[in-house]
Design a protein around this ligand. Structure first.
Ligand code: 3PG
Length: 212
Protein backbone atom coordinates (compact mmCIF):
# COMPACT_ATOMS: atom_id res chain seq x y z
CA UNK A 1 0.00 0.00 0.00
CA UNK A 2 2.81 2.40 0.93
CA UNK A 3 4.26 2.77 -2.53
CA UNK A 4 0.80 3.16 -4.03
CA UNK A 5 0.11 5.97 -1.55
CA UNK A 6 3.41 7.59 -2.47
CA UNK A 7 2.45 7.44 -6.15
CA UNK A 8 -0.96 8.90 -5.41
CA UNK A 9 0.53 11.72 -3.33
CA UNK A 10 2.97 12.52 -6.12
CA UNK A 11 0.22 12.49 -8.72
CA UNK A 12 -2.46 14.51 -6.92
CA UNK A 13 0.08 16.69 -5.13
CA UNK A 14 1.48 17.82 -8.47
CA UNK A 15 -1.25 20.45 -8.80
CA UNK A 16 -3.30 22.47 -6.30
CA UNK A 17 -6.67 21.68 -7.85
CA UNK A 18 -8.00 18.41 -9.25
CA UNK A 19 -10.88 19.05 -11.66
CA UNK A 20 -13.88 16.89 -10.74
CA UNK A 21 -15.71 16.28 -14.01
CA UNK A 22 -19.22 15.21 -14.91
CA UNK A 23 -19.09 14.35 -18.59
CA UNK A 24 -22.48 13.78 -20.20
CA UNK A 25 -21.30 13.34 -23.79
CA UNK A 26 -18.30 11.27 -24.78
CA UNK A 27 -17.40 13.77 -27.51
CA UNK A 28 -16.58 16.35 -24.81
CA UNK A 29 -13.97 14.20 -23.06
CA UNK A 30 -10.98 14.83 -25.32
CA UNK A 31 -11.35 18.60 -25.89
CA UNK A 32 -12.13 19.07 -22.20
CA UNK A 33 -9.06 17.11 -21.05
CA UNK A 34 -6.92 19.03 -23.56
CA UNK A 35 -8.24 22.42 -22.41
CA UNK A 36 -7.62 21.62 -18.75
CA UNK A 37 -4.12 20.32 -19.52
CA UNK A 38 -3.32 23.48 -21.53
CA UNK A 39 -4.39 25.48 -18.48
CA UNK A 40 -2.02 23.48 -16.30
CA UNK A 41 -4.41 20.92 -14.81
CA UNK A 42 -3.28 17.60 -16.25
CA UNK A 43 -4.58 15.40 -13.46
CA UNK A 44 -8.36 15.09 -13.80
CA UNK A 45 -11.08 13.05 -12.12
CA UNK A 46 -13.98 11.85 -14.26
CA UNK A 47 -16.89 10.89 -12.01
CA UNK A 48 -18.94 7.79 -12.75
CA UNK A 49 -22.13 9.79 -12.50
CA UNK A 50 -23.09 9.66 -16.16
CA UNK A 51 -23.67 6.94 -18.73
CA UNK A 52 -20.80 8.39 -20.74
CA UNK A 53 -18.23 8.33 -17.92
CA UNK A 54 -16.35 5.10 -18.68
CA UNK A 55 -16.17 5.83 -22.39
CA UNK A 56 -15.05 9.38 -21.57
CA UNK A 57 -12.22 8.01 -19.41
CA UNK A 58 -11.21 5.63 -22.20
CA UNK A 59 -11.18 8.43 -24.79
CA UNK A 60 -9.27 10.95 -22.67
CA UNK A 61 -6.74 8.36 -21.45
CA UNK A 62 -6.09 7.13 -25.00
CA UNK A 63 -6.14 10.40 -26.91
CA UNK A 64 -4.74 12.97 -24.50
CA UNK A 65 -1.33 11.64 -23.48
CA UNK A 66 -0.53 14.71 -21.42
CA UNK A 67 -3.61 14.12 -19.23
CA UNK A 68 -3.55 11.85 -16.18
CA UNK A 69 -7.06 10.57 -15.94
CA UNK A 70 -8.63 9.12 -12.82
CA UNK A 71 -12.13 7.96 -11.98
CA UNK A 72 -14.38 9.26 -9.22
CA UNK A 73 -17.63 8.27 -7.50
CA UNK A 74 -16.45 4.67 -7.29
CA UNK A 75 -19.00 2.98 -5.02
CA UNK A 76 -18.16 -0.72 -5.35
CA UNK A 77 -15.73 -3.30 -6.74
CA UNK A 78 -17.49 -3.44 -10.11
CA UNK A 79 -17.02 0.31 -10.60
CA UNK A 80 -13.40 -0.06 -9.52
CA UNK A 81 -12.66 -2.78 -12.09
CA UNK A 82 -14.50 -1.02 -14.91
CA UNK A 83 -12.70 2.24 -14.21
CA UNK A 84 -9.30 0.56 -14.15
CA UNK A 85 -10.04 -1.28 -17.40
CA UNK A 86 -11.00 2.04 -19.00
CA UNK A 87 -7.50 3.36 -18.25
CA UNK A 88 -7.88 5.21 -14.94
CA UNK A 89 -4.58 6.05 -13.25
CA UNK A 90 -6.20 6.59 -9.87
CA UNK A 91 -9.54 5.86 -8.24
CA UNK A 92 -11.57 8.14 -5.98
CA UNK A 93 -14.44 7.03 -3.78
CA UNK A 94 -16.67 9.27 -1.66
CA UNK A 95 -16.43 6.75 1.18
CA UNK A 96 -14.59 3.73 2.48
CA UNK A 97 -16.06 0.21 2.36
CA UNK A 98 -14.53 -3.24 2.78
CA UNK A 99 -15.43 -4.06 -0.83
CA UNK A 100 -13.68 -1.03 -2.27
CA UNK A 101 -10.65 -1.51 0.01
CA UNK A 102 -10.36 -5.15 -1.16
CA UNK A 103 -10.66 -4.15 -4.82
CA UNK A 104 -7.85 -1.64 -4.28
CA UNK A 105 -5.63 -4.21 -2.54
CA UNK A 106 -5.82 -6.41 -5.64
CA UNK A 107 -4.93 -3.56 -7.98
CA UNK A 108 -1.83 -1.54 -8.81
CA UNK A 109 -4.03 1.52 -9.29
CA UNK A 110 -4.09 3.67 -6.14
CA UNK A 111 -7.28 4.52 -4.27
CA UNK A 112 -8.27 7.82 -2.64
CA UNK A 113 -11.24 6.92 -0.43
CA UNK A 114 -13.39 9.37 1.48
CA UNK A 115 -13.56 9.85 5.25
CA UNK A 116 -14.89 12.67 7.39
CA UNK A 117 -15.41 11.56 10.98
CA UNK A 118 -12.70 10.52 13.45
CA UNK A 119 -14.05 6.94 13.40
CA UNK A 120 -13.94 6.82 9.59
CA UNK A 121 -10.39 8.13 9.63
CA UNK A 122 -9.42 5.51 12.20
CA UNK A 123 -10.98 2.79 10.02
CA UNK A 124 -8.93 4.08 7.08
CA UNK A 125 -5.75 4.01 9.15
CA UNK A 126 -6.51 0.42 10.18
CA UNK A 127 -6.72 -0.40 6.46
CA UNK A 128 -3.31 1.24 5.92
CA UNK A 129 -4.69 4.34 4.20
CA UNK A 130 -3.56 7.80 5.32
CA UNK A 131 -4.39 9.95 2.29
CA UNK A 132 -8.12 10.61 2.12
CA UNK A 133 -10.77 12.56 0.30
CA UNK A 134 -12.73 14.85 2.63
CA UNK A 135 -16.20 15.01 1.11
CA UNK A 136 -18.49 16.93 1.06
CA UNK A 137 -16.01 19.42 2.44
CA UNK A 138 -18.00 22.63 2.81
CA UNK A 139 -21.19 20.93 3.94
CA UNK A 140 -19.38 18.75 6.48
CA UNK A 141 -17.82 21.65 8.33
CA UNK A 142 -15.39 23.19 5.91
CA UNK A 143 -11.80 24.20 6.47
CA UNK A 144 -12.37 24.78 10.23
CA UNK A 145 -13.48 21.17 10.67
CA UNK A 146 -10.62 19.82 8.60
CA UNK A 147 -8.12 21.95 10.51
CA UNK A 148 -9.30 20.47 13.79
CA UNK A 149 -8.49 16.95 12.50
CA UNK A 150 -4.82 17.83 12.02
CA UNK A 151 -3.83 17.54 15.65
CA UNK A 152 -5.34 14.13 16.55
CA UNK A 153 -4.54 12.74 13.12
CA UNK A 154 -1.04 14.02 12.51
CA UNK A 155 0.26 12.46 9.33
CA UNK A 156 -3.16 11.98 7.72
CA UNK A 157 -3.51 14.04 4.58
CA UNK A 158 -6.62 15.09 2.71
CA UNK A 159 -8.00 16.22 -0.61
CA UNK A 160 -11.15 18.16 0.29
CA UNK A 161 -13.86 18.34 -2.37
CA UNK A 162 -17.49 19.38 -2.40
CA UNK A 163 -18.35 23.05 -2.38
CA UNK A 164 -14.73 24.08 -2.95
CA UNK A 165 -14.45 27.06 -5.29
CA UNK A 166 -11.92 29.65 -6.46
CA UNK A 167 -13.09 31.79 -3.52
CA UNK A 168 -12.53 29.34 -0.67
CA UNK A 169 -9.82 27.04 -2.11
CA UNK A 170 -7.09 28.92 -0.25
CA UNK A 171 -8.78 28.31 3.11
CA UNK A 172 -8.14 24.62 2.50
CA UNK A 173 -4.81 24.82 0.67
CA UNK A 174 -3.28 26.78 3.54
CA UNK A 175 -3.92 23.87 5.96
CA UNK A 176 -0.95 21.60 6.70
CA UNK A 177 -3.05 18.43 6.30
CA UNK A 178 -4.27 19.34 2.79
CA UNK A 179 -2.41 18.10 -0.30
CA UNK A 180 -4.73 19.52 -2.95
CA UNK A 181 -8.42 20.32 -3.39
CA UNK A 182 -10.92 18.92 -5.87
CA UNK A 183 -13.70 20.82 -7.54
CA UNK A 184 -15.99 21.11 -10.50
CA UNK A 185 -15.77 24.89 -10.77
CA UNK A 186 -13.05 24.73 -13.43
CA UNK A 187 -15.38 22.95 -15.87
CA UNK A 188 -18.90 24.35 -15.47
CA UNK A 189 -21.61 22.27 -17.21
CA UNK A 190 -22.73 25.13 -19.52
CA UNK A 191 -19.18 25.81 -20.71
CA UNK A 192 -18.65 22.12 -21.47
CA UNK A 193 -22.01 21.87 -23.23
CA UNK A 194 -21.25 24.96 -25.34
CA UNK A 195 -17.69 23.86 -26.13
CA UNK A 196 -16.13 26.93 -24.46
CA UNK A 197 -12.72 25.29 -24.27
CA UNK A 198 -10.77 28.56 -24.13
CA UNK A 199 -12.82 29.74 -21.17
CA UNK A 200 -12.22 26.42 -19.41
CA UNK A 201 -8.51 26.69 -20.15
CA UNK A 202 -8.54 30.15 -18.53
CA UNK A 203 -10.33 28.84 -15.42
CA UNK A 204 -7.81 26.00 -15.21
CA UNK A 205 -4.89 28.41 -15.57
CA UNK A 206 -6.19 30.53 -12.71
CA UNK A 207 -6.73 27.44 -10.55
CA UNK A 208 -3.32 26.01 -11.36
CA UNK A 209 -1.71 29.16 -9.96
CA UNK A 210 -3.24 28.69 -6.50
CA UNK A 211 -0.53 28.04 -3.97
CA UNK A 212 -0.28 24.91 -1.92
C1 3PG B 1 -16.92 15.56 -5.80
O1 3PG B 1 -17.40 14.52 -6.21
O2 3PG B 1 -15.77 15.62 -5.39
C2 3PG B 1 -17.79 16.74 -5.72
O3 3PG B 1 -19.05 16.49 -6.22
C3 3PG B 1 -17.26 17.95 -6.38
O4 3PG B 1 -17.98 18.90 -5.76
P1 3PG B 1 -18.31 20.32 -6.39
O5 3PG B 1 -19.17 20.08 -7.59
O6 3PG B 1 -19.03 21.03 -5.27
O7 3PG B 1 -17.00 20.97 -6.74
Amino acid sequence: MASKTARLLALLGSQPVIPVLRISEVKHAVPLARALARGGLKVIEVTLRTEAALEAIRAAAAEVPEAKVGAGTILNAKHFDEAVKAGSRFIVSPGLTRQVIDAAKDSEVPLLPGAITPSEIMAALEAGIDFLKFFPAEQAGGAAFLKSLASPFAGVRFCPTGGVTAKNANDYLSLPNVVCVGGSWVAPDEMVRDGKWDAIEALAREASKLKK
